[in-house]
Design a protein around this ligand. Sequence first.
Ligand code: NAP
Length: 320
Amino acid sequence: MKAIRVHQFGEPDAMQLEDVADLKPSGNQVLIDIKAIGVNPVDTYIRAGIYPVVPQLPYTPGLDAAGVILAVGPAVKHRKVGERVYCFGSETGCYAEQALCKEAQVYLLLDNVSFAAGAALGVPYPTAWFALFYRAHAMPGETLLIHGASGAVGLAALQIAKSNGIRAIGTAGTEAGLDLIRQQGAIAALDHTQIDYLSAIDELTCGQGVDVILEMLANVNLEKDLNVLAKFGRVVVIGNRGTIEIDPRAAMGRNASILGMSLFNATEEQLYSIHSALRAGLENGSLHPVINAELALAEAVQAHIKVMETGAKGKIVLVR
Ligand code: NAP
């Protein structure tokens, strides 16, 4: 089979398409014939060698994929050959024609969800759900700012918020991104490239501030976030690419909380519960991944360049 391989950490062109041996499941492993692969920013941090945990070289990148089960190991209890599935994580890497996953990493893909949309589920939707409900404990009727709503996690958060009675304000950096988040149900769309774009929040919240902020770029925004939070407001740091100086007094005065999160810390039980909730949303149509671009597996290098550019409009996937 073909797989993208990384032999040295580095720039996107560290990834090469190679022929590797076909895979065979053992124990509790499921073998997936991959049809689509989700490209996440974390894949680029790992490829560059700058993520806190990196795999042994050489390796095949990728956490998210969707496809059809080709074979199962003897200890697999619930999954069957021929089922449409998506995964979050694998044992062999998802930028490939096949991947071996533990049974617990694999979830059934509904017939009304395409493989490309399935590949957009594993990291972004559980991240948004975990941030909103496990970290911020967001409640229906609250007001949310999604700081970076035009990307994969932001759009997932927008759809989840809307279907749970949470009023969401979103930000984006392009007209196309702003249009998209309005179409997806944001009560207001603010341009994070403009000076003073957060001043609109005062009027949008009748002077109260927002109850929850999901932050996609904390090193740029955390100081500003604290000043638009309501009393007892919560900021969840989802994305961060550097350091920032903040005035802690802004948090004191509001009894505000700054909450970190990594989806990798979610337990198997939490993930099972989250994916069950997501399944209900996919079934009733309130959740529907937005695909920005579909590229071929051989175009992984371009996909890594694109996912780090501004002008997000949903998810980038590699398709076969
Ligand atoms: P993505 O699809 O590439 O989207 C990136 C988002 O960030 C876009 O909406 C982009 O908007 C926005 N952005 C750019 N500049 C911004 C600014 N100055 N202020 C606010 N937002 C800005 O990436 P993603 O998959 O949604 O992931 C978002 C971030 O969360 C990434 O840093 C990723 O590594 C991280 N993440 C963390 C976890 C976790 O477990 N903690 C899980 C998943 C993702 P425009 O392009 O419109 O400017």
